[in-house]
Ligand binder design. Structure first.
Ligand code: 6PG
Length: 275
């Protein structure tokens, strides 16, 4: 499948986090929770690419489409490049979105779309016409957010259910562009939110907590020892999404999968490997 002499996978199922929290833990049943720990970032990228092929084939077989939003940042670069190399992915039935975007031109070094274009789109002709970037550079972020939500509604339908929402994890507990302590990080009346600039981050547009919770599947990709603390907090401390927006992921009504390398998983309690 993807070789590697020292590949080690722990496939773990773990009990859902119990206990409702006012407004953050919907009473709907959750899908399964799974985490896979691979030896290193390359092993994570190869596993994500393979899992993407499996999920796309499964999704197209079940629903004749695969609506996926890709994560930004630097972690998923190699996985997207490997996805572009794989055969038997039904790209012609895929609609590709971005989970968040910085308020820069799409050819800017900091643009998530540019990263996705360079790693994946450059390799996959069948995606032409199926890719929906967030283009925040020309208009107000409120307007751009509203337009993107309209696009999502046209393609995904009113419930904005992504078949797969891929997310990264910031060391500060952020995900997509939902940052701790920011009002838009807990907005659940919309699926796309404008995010004003702060001292730490430039202005952005992002999927909201509501979109994260509505997704059929959410994948979180985190590698490196610098993510070990936030991974442990997210998976073991049942954090409040107002302090750690990535905690909205645990409120997802669909399936949640974590793809970690050993360094990012290094502070997690040892678990029995699922049978
Ligand atoms: C962004 C991302 C953001 C990212 C995490 C992890 O636009 O910055 O969407 O949510 O996924 O912050 O970033 P790295 O992968 O660079 O560590």
């Amino acid at each position: 499948m993807y070789g590697g002499r020292r590949r080690r996978i722990e496939v773990l199922e773990w009990a859902l986090i119990d206990g409702a929290r006012e407004g953050f833990m919907p009473d709907q049943a959750h899908g399964p929770r799974q985490r896979e720990v691979l030896s290193n970032p390359r092993g994570v990228a190869a596993r994500v690419a393979e899992a993407f092929r499996e999920a796309a084939q499964r999704g197209v077989e079940a629903r004749d489409h695969f609506h996926v939003a890709l994560a930004g940042g630097s972690t998923p670069r190699l996985a997207y490049s490997l996805m572009g190399d794989l055969q038997q992915i039904p790209w012609d039935r895929v609609q590709l979105f971005v989970g968040d975007e910085r308020a820069v031109p799409l050819n800017h070094d900091d643009s998530n779309y540019r990263m996705i274009r360079e790693t994946l789109l450059a390799k996959v002709e069948d995606l032409v016409g199926h890719v929906h970037p967030i283009n925040p550079h020309h208009e107000s972020l409120d307007r751009v957010s509203a337009q993107y939500q309209e696009t999502l509604g046209d393609i995904l339908g009113p419930g904005c259910v992504f078949d797969l929402l891929m997310l990264g994890l910031g060391e500060d507990g952020s995900t997509a562009s939902l940052f701790p302590g920011r009002p838009e990080a807990t907005a659940e009346d919309r699926y796309v939110v404008p995010v004003a600039a702060s001292a730490q981050n430039r202005a952005r547009v992002s999927v909201s907590a509501a979109a994260i919770k509505a997704a059929r599947e959410v994948w979180v990709i985190a590698t490196g020892s610098h993510k070990a603390d936030v991974v442990r907090q997210l998976l073991e401390d049942d954090p409040d999404p107002r302090e750690m927006p990535a905690a909205h992921i645990l409120g997802c009504r669909g399936e949640v999968r974590f793809f970690l390398d050993q360094a990012a998983a290094s502070k997690l309690r040892p678990e029995q490997v699922a049978s």
